[in-house]
Design a protein around this ligand. Structure first.
Ligand code: C5P
Length: 282
């Protein structure tokens, strides 16, 4: 049966401005999102009719809470409903992007599922239909349908591609804990800044780097503020902010060299349970 393997890249928000809370409970945002060299991979294999959807996960543990489905299964179900066919496919997800990290891993997996099923099944949904399906899965998912540097607005689902071709060298640091996105947004209005921590925009040649969710997340997890300030003190760092709703903190480096050394020093500073990644925006 036909099969294909897709890469599902992580993202970071080079800037994330929260403009206010909306009546539907979401927050109005303006954000610049960039795909990263870090990626999950997804194998989709069509199965004979009647076999249904078979999902398996490699490289991570995930035990669903009652009633919870992962975003790959949700995307496959929505795709089937949209094209009025049952989805008979085996989907194997190889996870490299940590969860609860502000790196969009689950959203990217969902977008790859939509793209892959659309291609393999011959359903031929156009980009507009895929973007609509994506927005029904999550605010970040439309960005991954496009998969290139974008300015995003609304709750994140309105995407405008940006014609820049920056390849920024980055280091990612993530502590062992995850941050839940709803909690980060829920704390946005009421949280206080930690004295001595830099929250102001950092002006860079590719634009300003700033994340309005840092106040909310740093006040609950001060170690993330410490990681950001530590990164800013390192000679390799050009700019540093929290990625999305955390718990990853990201440094953009001044040069493509020195990332491994910086990551090794970070593990010494913050302990061996720190997850690190050296790569670039793509
Ligand atoms: O859209 P998604 O399912 O990824 O969002 C998860 C949660 O994050 C939402 O239920 C909401 O609580 C919060 N959120 C928000 N404003 C956004 C995006 C997400 O409040 N722009």
């Amino acid at each position: 049966m036909p099969s294909l393997v897709l890469q599902a890249p992580a993202k970071t928000n080079l800037s994330l401005r929260v403009l206010g809370q909306r009546d539907d409970g979401y927050h109005e945002i303006r954000t610049c999102m960039a795909p990263l060299s870090l990626a999950d991979s997804l194998q989709i294999e069509l199965l004979p009719q009647g076999r249904g959807l078979q999902f398996s996960l490699e490289g991570a543990d995930w035990t669903p809470k009652p009633g919870e489905v992962n975003l790959v299964e949700k995307a496959a179900r929505l795709f089937g409903e949209r094209v009025k066919r049952t989805v008979d496919a085996r989907i194997t997800l190889n996870k490299r992007i940590p969860s609860g990290a502000g790196l969009g891993g689950g959203s990217s997996d969902a977008a790859a599922t939509l793209r892959g099923l659309n291609q393999l099944s011959g359903a031929g949904l156009d980009e507009k239909s895929l973007l609509e399906l994506a927005a029904a899965i999550g605010s970040d998912v439309p960005f991954f349908i496009h998969g290139k540097l974008c300015e995003c607005s609304g709750r994140g689902e309105n995407i405008t591609p940006v014609a820049d071709d920056w390849e920024l060298p980055i280091v990612l640091l993530k502590p062992a804990f995850a941050v839940a996105t709803p909690e980060a947004y829920a704390r946005w209005k009421s949280s206080r800044k930690i004295p001595g921590v830099l929250y102001a925009p950092q002006l860079c040649p590719w634009g300003e780097m700033v994340n309005d969710l840092e106040t909310a997340v740093f006040s609950k997890y001060p170690v993330l503020a410490r990681m950001k300030m530590w990164l800013l003190e390192q000679p390799e760092t050009h700019a540093a902010i929290m990625s999305g709703s955390g718990s990853t903190v990201l440094a953009v480096l001044s040069s493509q060299f020195g990332g491994e050394n910086l990551a090794a020093r970070a593990r010494e500073e913050f302990g061996p349970s720190l997850w690190t990644y050296v790569g670039q925006t793509v």
